[in-house]
Design a protein around this ligand. Structure first.
Ligand code: ZN
Length: 510
C-alpha cells in the first residue's frame, strides 16, 4: 500500500465515525423518543472520543508526513495534495487545544444549554449569566491555545471561516451598513405590501410538503440520495454524498416558513450531494476539527448555497412567475384572489423586527452585525456580561429602530452562545455576500443560465455551481474557491448590486 493510500484509509475510518455521529444526531433530532436523551448523549460522546483519539493520535502525523513526501511535486491544487495539506492544518490546530479544555467545554455545553432554555422561558438573563461568563472564559482559553495576532475572535474563526479576521469583518460590515441603510430607510417609507393571504389563511402541511418537494426536485436535489423529515429546528446533515438529508417544520398558519426553509435546506443539500465522488470518505469531505462529516469548505460557503437557492433563486420575481401557478394548484382556495406579483411582493416585505430567524433579506444582516460586535466585545473584554442585555437593546435601537421588550426577545434569543458557537454568527452574513458573488459569476460565465431560469429550468445553474463549488469539498479555502470560480476574493460588490437592483424596483426612489 502506498503511503498516500495508507493515509487515506486511516482518514476514511475517521470519516466513517463522523458519519455515525451525524446519524446519531439526525436520529436524535427527528425520530428518537425523548427518553433516549441521556443514553444517546453517552453514545455520541463515546463515538466522538474514539474519532478524536484516532485523529489526534501521533500515528496520524506519521501518516501525514509520509503521504506528504509521496505527493510532493504533484500539482499544487490536486485533491491528493490538498487532502494532505488540509489534514495537517487541522491536525496542528486540534493538537494545540488541550484535551482538558475540550472535556470542560463539552460538559459546560450541555449544562449551559439546559440553563439557557429555562432562562429564556423565564426571561431571566441573570440565571444564564454565570454560564455565559464561564463559556466566554473557555472560548478565550481556546483562542489563546490556537493563537492569534490581533483579536481572540480571529482564532475562533479558524473553525468556521478559515482565512477570515475580525479586522476584515469590520470592514465588510461597514460597507454593508453603508449600502443597506438607505434601502432599509426607503422600504420603511413605503406602505407594507398586502400579505393577509399569508397570515390569515390555513395551508395544510401535507400540501406544503408536496409543493416544496416538487421544487427541491426541480432545483436538482436527488431523492434517491436524500429525504425530508420533520424536526423542531430545521437543518441539513449528510453521511457521505450518497445520503444527504434535510429537515423542516410546518406552520399551517404561515406557509413561507416551511417553503423558504426547504429551499434553504435544499441548497445545503445540493452542496453535499454535489461533492466529487473522488473525495468520498476523504479528508476533503470531513471537518476534522469538529469531527463532522461535511463537504462544504466553510460555514459561510455552505450558507452561501442555502441563501442562493432560497433568496437569489427562490425569492426572485422570475421564480414566482414560473412557480406560482404550481403553488396555486396546491392551494386554490387560499390563493384565489392573489397573483404571482402580489405573492412576490408579500414574500419580499422589508420590516425591522426583533427576531433574527424571521427577518428579511435586508434586515437579516443587521441582526448578525449586532451579534458579532457583541461577541467580539465579550471576547476582548470591552463588553461585560452584566451590561450585555442593555447593549443588545441599545444596538437594536440604533441599527433597526426597534426595542426588545424583554431579554427572551433580546440577549437570550439564540442558542449559539450557550452551545459554545462563538465565531459562527458572522458566517450567515458571509454566506449572503458569497451567494451573490457565485450567482453573478455563474450568470456571466454561462449565458444559458439566465434564459433557463426564465423558463423555470435550474439545471444549468446547478451544473455551474457543482463544477465550480460543490465538487471540491474542503480542497480550497473560501477565498481560494471564490478567486478560482468568480475571479475575486470575498467582497460586498455583487451582493450590494443584487440587493440595490432588486429593492430599487420594489421600493423605487420617489
Ligand atoms: Zn443554513
Amino acid at each position: 500500500m502506498s503511503a498516500y493510500d495508507e493515509f487515506t484509509a486511516h482518514i476514511a475510518k475517521i470519516n466513517d465515525l463522523c458519519c455515525v455521529l451525524n446519524l446519531l444526531t439526525w436520529d436524535s433530532r427527528t425520530q428518537m423518543p425523548e427518553g433516549g436523551t441521556e443514553t444517546r448523549g453517552h453514545q455520541i460522546s463515546t463515538v466522538a472520543g474514539v474519532a478524536q483519539e484516532m485523529f489526534t493520535n501521533p500515528k496520524t502525523l506519521q501518516l501525514i508526513d509520509a503521504a506528504e513526501k509521496e505527493v510532493a511535486g504533484e500539482p499544487e491544487d490536486s485533491y491528493r495534495v490538498r487532502a494532505v495539506k488540509y489534514a495537517r492544518e487541522h491536525y496542528e490546530i486540534a493538537r494545540r487545544i488541550p484535551a482538558s479544555v475540550v472535556t470542560e467545554l463539552n460538559e459546560l455545553k450541555s449544562m449551559s444549554q439546559a440553563v439557557w432554555i429555562e432562562a429564556r422561558q423565564k426571561n431571566d438573563f441573570k440565571m444564564f449569566a454565570p454560564y455565559l461568563a464561564k463559556m466566554v472564559g473557555l472560548q478565550q482559553k481556546i483562542a489563546e491555545a490556537i493563537g492569534y495576532k490581533e483579536h481572540p475572535y480571529d482564532a475562533l474563526l479558524v473553525r468556521y471561516e478559515p482565512g477570515m479576521t475580525a479586522r476584515r469583518l469590520k470592514e465588510l460590515f461597514a460597507e454593508l451598513k453603508a449600502g443597506l441603510t438607505p434601502i432599509l430607510e426607503r422600504a420603511k417609507a413605503y406602505p407594507e405590501a398586502r400579505h393577509d393571504f399569508l397570515t390569515e389563511r390555513i395551508y395544510p402541511a401535507d400540501k406544503q410538503k408536496a409543493f416544496a418537494t416538487e421544487i427541491s426536485r426541480k432545483f436538482g436535489y436527488d431523492f434517491d440520495r436524500g429525504r425530508i423529515d420533520l424536526t423542531v429546528h430545521p437543518f441539513e446533515i449528510s453521511f457521505t454524498r450518497q445520503d444527504v438529508r434535510i429537515t423542516t417544520r410546518y406552520d399551517e398558519k404561515y406557509a413561507p416558513q416551511a417553503l423558504f426553509g426547504l429551499f434553504h435546506e435544499t441548497g445545503h443539500g445540493l452542496y453535499e450531494q454535489g461533492a466529487d465522488p473522488a473525495i468520498t470518505r476523504t479528508a476533503l469531505a470531513t471537518d476534522l476539527l469538529d469531527l463532522y462529516a461535511v463537504a462544504g469548505t466553510s460555514y459561510g460557503a455552505h450558507e452561501a448555497q442555502s441563501r442562493l437557492w432560497e433568496n437569489l433563486v427562490g425569492r426572485s420575481e422570475v421564480f414566482w412567475k414560473n412557480q406560482f401557478p404550481l403553488l396555486q394548484s396546491y392551494f386554490p382556495e387560499q390563493l384565489k384572489d392573489v397573483d404571482a406579483e402580489a405573492f412576490y411582493r408579500a414574500v419580499n416585505r422589508v420590516k425591522p423586527s426583533l427576531v433574527r430567524t424571521e427577518s428579511d433579506e435586508i434586515t437579516y444582516n443587521f441582526h448578525i452585525m449586532i451579534r458579532v460586535e457583541i461577541e467580539m466585545g465579550l471576547l476582548d473584554g470591552t463588553i461585560s456580561i452584566e451590561k450585555l442585555p442593555e447593549i443588545w437593546k441599545a444596538k437594536y435601537e440604533e441599527y433597526l429602530g426597534v426595542t426588545p421588550p424583554n431579554d427572551t426577545l433580546g440577549a437570550l434569543q439564540d442558542i449559539h452562545w450557550s452551545s459554545g458557537l462563538f465565531g459562527s454568527f458572522c458566517t450567515y452574513t458571509i454566506g449572503n455576500i458569497m451567494s451573490a458573488q457565485f450567482y453573478e459569476a455563474a450568470l456571466k460565465q454561462n449565458p444559458e443560465i439566465k434564459p433557463a431560469l426564465e423558463k423555470g429550468e435550474y439545471k444549468p445553474l446547478l451544473d455551474w455551481l457543482t463544477e465550480n463549488v460543490y465538487r471540491h469539498g474542503h480542497a480550497f479555502l473560501p477565498d481560494e474557491l471564490l478567486q478560482r470560480s468568480t475571479g475575486s476574493k470575498l467582497n460586498t460588490g455583487p451582493y450590494l448590486r443584487y440587493l440595490t437592483e432588486k429593492f430599487d424596483l420594489l421600493f423605487p426612489h420617489k
